[in-house]
Each structure stands twice: as C-alpha cells, then as structure tokens.
Write a protein that binds this ligand. Structure first.
Ligand SMILES: Cc1cc2nc3c(=O)[nH]c(=O)nc-3n(C[C@H](O)[C@H](O)[C@H](O)COP(=O)(O)OP(=O)(O)OC[C@H]3O[C@@H](n4cnc5c(N)ncnc54)[C@H](O)[C@@H]3O)c2cc1C
Length: 458
C-alpha cells in the first residue's frame, strides 16, 4: 500500500495525530546511537484505544510500526527502517495513580522517569531505577529496554519493579498482564517477557510499578585514586565486605577530564580514576557503613571526601550524568558499548580494555556502574576519519570476546537494537535464538513490529 494513502487513512481515523512533515520525519529518524533512518509517517496517539486502532490498521495493511519513547536509546531500537511508521508515545504521559496503600504507581508509557521520581519524592516514596538519562527518557522506553541505573546494585533494574503491563499487540488486540499484586504465578510470566523486548512484541500503553519508601538517610562519597588498579580493587573489596552500597559508580581518567572540560564540576583532573559511592538506610546503620567504606578506600590509597549537603550531592550526580554528553561532545560518533562482567573480574576487564586500546591504537574512555560489573566502554572515534572509524569498529568484537571470556555479557542495559544484532550470536546459542524468533512470531505473525531489530540478519 502507498504510504501517502496509509497516512491519509490514519489521519481520517485519528485526526491531527499524524505527521508527514519533513522536519518530523527527520527528528524521529535517529536516537542516541549513531544509527539513522527515515520513517514515512509519525503517529502520535493520545491513548491505548488510538494505539490499538492504528496498530490494527497497520496490521491489516502490512505496514511496519516502531514504538518510540524519547529516542534516547543507545542501540538504534527506535530508529526506523524505510517504509515504516513511528508510533510516538510521548503524548501519553499521565501519572494515572500513586496508590500509597498498595505501594504501586500506575503510569502511561510517555511519562519521563524523573517526573515520576519528583512526584513520589513529595510523599516520601521512590522508584529506584534511575538511568543517567532519567531527566529525558520515558518509562515506556525504560520498560522496553529493561533500563538500569546506579541504584541497580542494591535495588535492581526495571524488571524488578514492573508488576503489570497493558500492551497493544501488533494486530490491535489489548493484552493485560499482571497488575497491582506483588505476586502472581498463574501461567507464563508474560510481563517479564515483555520487559526488555525492545518494542518487537507489542506497544506498552500502561505500566504498573512497584514503589518503595525513601530511605531515612543517604551518605554520598567521592573517592579518587592515582592508580586505576586500586579503584578496580576497591570495588571488589566493598562488594565483598557485607555492605550493599546504593551506588558504586566508576569514572576513568578520560571520563573525568572530558566532564571537566565540558562543564567544570570540580572533579580532580589529575586523578586516574574515581568512585562515586552511596550508602543508604536507617540513620543508625548508615554512618557505620560509610565509615567501613571509607576505611576500605583508604586501605587501597583512595582519597575520600563526603558530600555533606544536598547541593554537593546533586553536583556529584550531575557530574556523573554529564559523562555521556561530555564524551559525545568530543566525538559525536563515538562507539558506546555496555558490557558486564562478574564484579570480581573488573580489574581483568579494565586491563583487557587497555590492551585492546593499544592493539588497535585507540582512545577508550570507561565509566559505569562498577558495583554491577557494568562498564560503559566508549571507543572515541570519528566517522569522518574513515580509517580510524574502521579501526574502532574492528575493536568491538575483541571487547565483546574479552567480556564473554570473563563470564560476562555484551549488554547490561542498552539492549541490542540495530547496533549489536550482528554480535548476538557470540553470546546466545542457536537454540536460544530459534526460541526467541518463535516467540516473536506468536506475538507478531506478520513481522511488522519493529522489524530488523535484535536478531542477526539471516
Ligand atoms: C546520556 C544518556 C545516558 C543514558 N544512561 C542510561 C543508563 O544509565 N541506564 C540505561 O539503562 N540506559 C541509559 N541510557 C539509554 C536510554 O536512555 C534507555 O535505554 C531508555 O530506557 C530509553 O528510553 P526512551 O524513552 O528514550 O526510549 P526510545 O529510545 O524511544 O526507545 C527504546 C526502545 O524501546 C522501544 N519502546 C519505547 N517505548 C515503547 C513502548 N511504549 N512500548 C514498546 N516499546 C517501546 C523502542 O521501540 C526502542 O526499541 C542513556 C542514554 C543517554 C542518551
């Protein structure tokens, strides 16, 4: 079917909700990865009924649809292929209910993560998953990517908070899974299956999230090191000390200097590495834990300081969240990976990364959620330098091989999308891929739901 006709029909069904303006087609053609494409139309439904109407029509006419939140994905998940329609969920941004009695928040998918955090904060509650993009990514995108964040080390990732979902299937039918209960074992766990499905199984239109009471106290510490190895050893010492920090974030020298050059926060420019560490809980235990963390850091030559007011705490977190933009500022086409290794293997992984950088003659900046073994590996390259870019691209397989050899995974939180699909076979067996494809075909028999993503091309 011609797209012009499709757009016109959808426009008749959902007046004012469809755009084929060049500006829109351009803006919805990329995400935070370096992938790009051009959709044929952008549809902005206002609710599940409209999503269902658009999906049913697309299904009938074999038109591929791509659900999209804020487009902050790092792997091209919401990037359109040719002749596809973007279904933007941004406008479905209501916090429907905060049910304090049952400790459940019900939201539409377009709610920005930090908007929910701010709303909960007013009543002494919180929702732990806090990706560094929390000020601009959507909860629908978080669910679709199973997003993590600094607090994952203690509180887990998105999948640990999703109690239920309303999902519009590719043919327009509405599937309700789970709900307000914290338990439920009737049948297969379809909620968990949909979390992290990267928009390839259906369009999430309502989310039930578990929420928690805010901890009594949070202590935020910054520890700087003049040797990278000491910082890496400190991570293992803290995580095996019986303390579960609320955050244990790592920045190497390149990341520190990139942030300071981008926006000076006062981080020590000459440090080789730093750890941003938080502990939380009841007053009585938190200071004891903070002291224990400080003495571990000191025993490994770390220089520790405690952020003693709200402003200094916020500033440290702003510096942490500025790493990615700062690195993009230097190299807009850098290659960004997010491998995970078992925590105890961080020193070996950092050593391997240094060797890979030398072998391929590259600058690699590393930072991330060290407490989870999750390292964001940033190969600093420029697409305009063709030879350099090829060298950088050639190092990715070595990085993944090193992570897998240490018992890790090639992606901790950014998903597969387009950019990692060619490497999926390095980690998943043929049997896994076969079963996943079979599941996909049950949800999406015509293959119109976010096609060309996750699976390696045949
Ligand atoms: C500076 C920066 C920092 C980041 N830090 C982190 C971090 O700390 N942790 C982390 O996990 N990620 C991080 N990310 C990655 C990104 O923000 C997350 O993956 C986020 O969850 C994507 O949300 P989004 O709304 O932008 O989704 P999009 O990019 O729009 O979409 C992502 C995927 O979800 C699908 N999707 C979106 N909405 C729906 C829906 N309603 N139904 C079905 N499928 C849907 C899309 O089809 C696509 O496959 C970071 C990104 C940036 C740019």
């Amino acid at each position: 079917m011609a797209f012009g006709f499709f757009s016109k029909k959808i426009e008749d069904m959902l007046p004012g909700k469809v755009s084929t303006d060049k500006e829109d087609l351009f803006c919805y053609g990329f995400d935070a990865s370096s992938s790009e494409g051009a959709p044929s139309a952008v549809v902005r439904p206002a609710g599940a009924a409209e999503v269902s109407e658009a999906a049913a029509y697309a299904f009938k006419n074999n038109i591929p649809i791509i659900p999209r939140g804020a487009g902050t994905g790092m792997t091209g998940g919401s990037v359109p292929l040719n002749d596809t329609v973007i279904l933007s969920l941004e406008g479905m941004n209501r916090i429907i209910d905060i049910d304090e009695k049952n400790m459940v928040a019900i939201v539409e998918p377009g709610v920005i993560n930090s908007h929910l955090q701010e709303k909960l904060d007013e009543t002494g509650l919180f929702y732990p998953p806090d990706p560094a993009s929390m000020k601009f990514c959507t909860l629908g995108g978080n669910v679709a990517e199973n997003a993590g964040g600094p607090k994952a080390i203690k509180y887990g990732v998105t999948k640990d908070y999703v109690l239920g979902l309303e999902t519009v299937l590719p043919d327009g039918r509405v599937l309700m899974t789970g709900g307000k209960t914290y338990k439920g074992v009737v049948g297969y766990d379809l909620t968990r299956l949909l979390v992290g499905s990267e928009g390839t199984l259906g369009i999430i239109t309502k989310i039930f999230l578990k929420i928690l009471p805010l901890p009594e106290e949070i202590v935020t510490m910054l520890c700087t090191f003049s040797r990278l190895g000491d910082a890496a050893q400190t991570v293992g010492r803290i995580t095996s000390s019986g303390i579960i920090p609320r955050a244990l974030e790592f920045m190497d020298a390149e990341s520190i200097r990139a942030v300071e050059n981008y926006r000076p926060f006062g981080l020590p420019r000459n440090a080789e590495a730093l750890l941003l560490i938080e502990v939380d809980g009841a007053h009585a235990t938190v200071s004891e834990e903070a002291e224990k963390v400080a003495s571990i850091c000191a025993s490994l030559n770390g220089d520790i300081s405690i952020a003693d007011d709200v402003y200094s705490k916020q500033r440290l977190w702003e510096a942490r969240r500025a790493i990615s933009p700062a690195l993009y500022h230097i190299k807009p086409t850098k290659i960004n990976e997010d491998i995970v290794v078992p925590r105890g293997k961080i020193p070996e992984m950092l050593h391997a990364l240094r060797e890979i950088a030398e072998t391929h003659d590259l600058l690699i900046a590393n930072f991330g959620h060290a407490g989870d073994g999750n390292i964001h590996v940033n190969v600093m390259t420029d697409k305009e330098d063709e030879e350099g870019y090829q060298r950088a691209a050639g190092s990715i397989k070595d990085i993944f091989e090193a992570a897998l050899k240490l018992g890790g995974t090639i992606s901790g939180e950014h998903g597969v999308g387009i950019t990692k699909k060619q490497y999926v076979g390095m980690e998943l067996s043929d049997v896994s891929i076969e079963i996943m494809k079979a599941v996909k075909s049950v949800f999406d028999p015509k293959g119109i739901m976010n096609p060309g993503k996750i699976f390696p091309s045949d």
